[in-house]
Design a protein around this ligand. Structure first.
Ligand SMILES: CC(C)(COP(=O)(O)OP(=O)(O)OC[C@H]1O[C@@H](n2cnc3c(N)ncnc32)[C@H](O)[C@@H]1OP(=O)(O)O)[C@@H](O)C(=O)NCCC(=O)NCCS
Length: 167
C-alpha cells in the first residue's frame, strides 16, 4: 500500500544564476547604460574605459543569466581601497545584488590583505547612504560643497560624505 500526501502548494525552486567577473573593455556598452540610468552626472564612456584599464583598479560586474546587471569600481591604494563607483540596473535594485557585489569586492580585498574601504557619497543620495550604513560603513567626515552640481538644486553645490568600512 502506498501513501500519498496531497498539498495545494507546490514547492517553488528558483534557480537564478549569478556570476561575478572582472570588467573588460568589451563590457563597456552594458555599463554605460547602467551608469546613465542611475546618475545625474554620469561618468562618460571614456572615464569608464580609463577606470577599467587602470591597473590600480579592481572593477567587477555582476551578471544574471550572463547579462550584466551591475558593476563596481574600486581603486587600490597601499592598504586601503576606495569605491569609485557602484551601480545596479534600476530594474534590479533593492533585490540584494548590490549587497552581493559589495561582498564579492570585500572578499577580493581580503585576499589582497586590504582591510579598509573608503568612499564618498552625495549627501542627497539617501538610498546609497542607507545601503552603506546597513553594511557597517561609518561616516568619518564631510566635504562641504564638494560637488559642483547639486542633484536636486542644479545651481547649488552639494556636500560629500566620506564613509569607511573596516573589516
Ligand atoms: C546603492 C545601490 C548600489 C544599492 O544596490 P541595491 O542592489 O539596490 O541594494 P541591495 O538590495 O543589495 O541592498 C538593499 C539595502 O540598500 C538600501 N537601499 C537600496 N535601495 C534603496 C532605496 N531606493 N531607498 C532606500 N534604501 C535603499 C537599504 O538599506 C536596503 O536594505 P533593505 O532592503 O533591508 O531596506 C543601488 O541602489 C544603485 O545602483 N543606486 C544608484 C547608483 C548609486 O547611487 N550608487 C552609489 C554611489 S556612491
Amino acid at each position: 500500500m502506498s501513501w500519498g500526501i496531497t498539498t495545494k502548494t507546490k514547492p517553488i525552486i528558483k534557480l537564478i544564476s549569478i556570476s561575478f567577473n572582472r570588467l573588460s573593455r568589451d563590457d563597456i556598452d552594458s555599463i554605460v547604460l547602467i551608469e546613465q540610468q542611475n546618475s545625474h552626472n554620469p561618468w562618460s564612456k571614456n572615464q569608464l574605459i580609463e577606470s577599467i584599464l587602470n591597473p590600480a583598479n579592481l572593477c567587477y560586474s555582476i551578471s544574471m543569466k550572463n547579462k550584466i546587471i551591475g558593476f563596481l569600481m574600486a581603486m587600490r591604494t597601499l592598504d586601503n581601497a576606495d569605491i569609485l563607483n557602484i551601480s545596479i540596473n534600476k530594474a534590479c535594485q533593492g533585490k540584494g545584488y548590490g549587497n552581493k557585489l559589495l561582498h564579492y569586492l570585500i572578499k577580493e580585498l581580503k585576499d589582497r590583505m586590504i582591510s579598509q574601504l573608503i568612499l564618498e557619497v552625495r549627501a542627497s543620495n539617501q538610498a546609497a547612504i542607507d545601503f552603506y550604513l546597513k553594511h557597517g560603513f561609518e561616516e568619518i567626515s564631510l566635504r562641504k560643497n564638494y560637488y559642483m552640481n547639486n542633484s536636486k538644486h542644479p545651481n547649488q553645490k552639494e556636500d560629500g560624505i566620506i564613509m569607511r568600512l573596516k573589516f
